[in-house]
Design a protein around this ligand. Structure first.
Ligand code: AMP
Ligand code: MN
Ligand code: MN
Ligand code: MN
Length: 303
């Protein structure tokens, strides 16, 4: 009998993968290099930076991770319109110099500037002046101006005491400052990631206000487009959400992902690399599927 040699794929037992976080390239407050150092210090053993709709931070994150001996997967979080709501699709393990992915994300970002001006006009109607200029102060990349930057302004200007209060009172459907926007389609987002060699993952499904029928449609359409993964353990989920989406992943035959969704030391509930739960042993982790796409440090850097 010939004992089989395990492939490198089966050797990737990551106990602390963190495959979702944001830098100053989108709406986080730390630079990619600072996040790499934080991931390393917090015991992350596989990391991905997943800025919203932008991959220009990928080379910096990759270089910083490898220099620290930290295995790295490329990442992004794509804003998608589905059933009249915004859904986030995390892409992992793609070629970050891919032209079609870069162009698709650029098109997705395109409307953010105009949307931000409309958000400011809506806030002005309830007496909040200067929100566009205020939000811009917190923006690293003006193309990526987001609700998070408006939220920081609303707190700093004294309109709200913290970020959760902002999203309870403003910037969400039916509240001042909310502007409906047309993002990428689900099919486009999945296709851009897959054609660049990566895999698509439904981000934090527990956060969407879908009916069971709409959620079923999201999962089935996502899979029909070639999507393979779902976030189960995330900073955006409760333990009950994680238990629910463990079953959903098994039911739909999806690989499972794990990530903090860390944005900022001051604002985020879950620090990078500090999720308290692992994936259930019943699940197949997405990094098994993506094993050939993991950038690995050289032996010297890993030592
Ligand atoms: P945008 O892509 O401009 O619509 O902004 C969405 C971003 O706002 C998300 O990526 C989060 O960082 C932030 N956000 C949305 N809802 C909340 C919330 N309830 N609490 C805190 N941050 C939120
Ligand atoms: Mn964000
Ligand atoms: Mn998200
Ligand atoms: Mn996120």
């Amino acid at each position: 009998m010939n004992p089989t040699t395990p492939s490198s794929a089966t050797l990737d037992i990551c106990s602390n993968a963190d495959l979702h976080c944001h830098s100053t390239v989108s709406d986080g407050t730390l630079a990619p290099e600072a996040l790499a150092a934080r991931a390393k210090a917090n015991g992350v053993d596989l990391w991905a930076l997943t800025d919203h709709d932008e991959i220009s931070g990928q080379q910096r994150a990759l270089d910083a991770a490898l220099a620290l001996g930290l295995p790295y997967l490329t990442g992004t979080e794509i804003s998608v319109s589905f059933a009249g709501r915004v859904v986030h699709i995390v892409g992992l393990g793609f070629e970050h110099r891919d032209e079609a992915l870069t162009a698709g994300l650029r098109a997705t970002r395109g409307g953010r500037g105009e949307r931000a001006r409309e958000m400011a006009a809506s806030l002005a109607q309830v007496g909040i002046k200067g929100a566009y200029e205020g939000a811009l102060q917190y923006v690293g990349n003006p193309e990526l101006i987001s609700r998070t930057h408006f939220a920081r302004f609303l707190v700093e200007a004294g309109h709200c005491s913290d970020i959760p209060e902002v999203f309870r009172r403003f910037l969400t459907e039916g509240k001042p400052g909310y502007v409906e926007h047309k993002w990428a389609s689900l099919g486009d987002a999945v296709r851009w990631v897959r054609e660049a060699g990566g895999e698509a993952v439904i981000a934090h499904p527990g956060r969407y206000p879908f009916t069971p029928t709409e959620e079923y449609a999201l999962f089935t359409e996502f899979i029909a487009h070639g999507g393979r993964g779902v976030e189960v353990v995330t900073g955006s989920h409760t333990a009950a959400d994680a238990a629910k989406y463990t079953e959903t992943a098994l039911e739909f035959g999806l690989y499972a992902s794990r990530g903090s969704d860390f944005h900022s030391p001051e604002e985020s509930r879950t620090d990078l690399g500090r999720l308290d739960a692992g994936l259930s042993g019943r699940l197949r982790p997405i990094w098994e599927l993506l094993a050939p796409r993991i950038h690995r440090p050289t032996a010297a850097a890993a030592a």
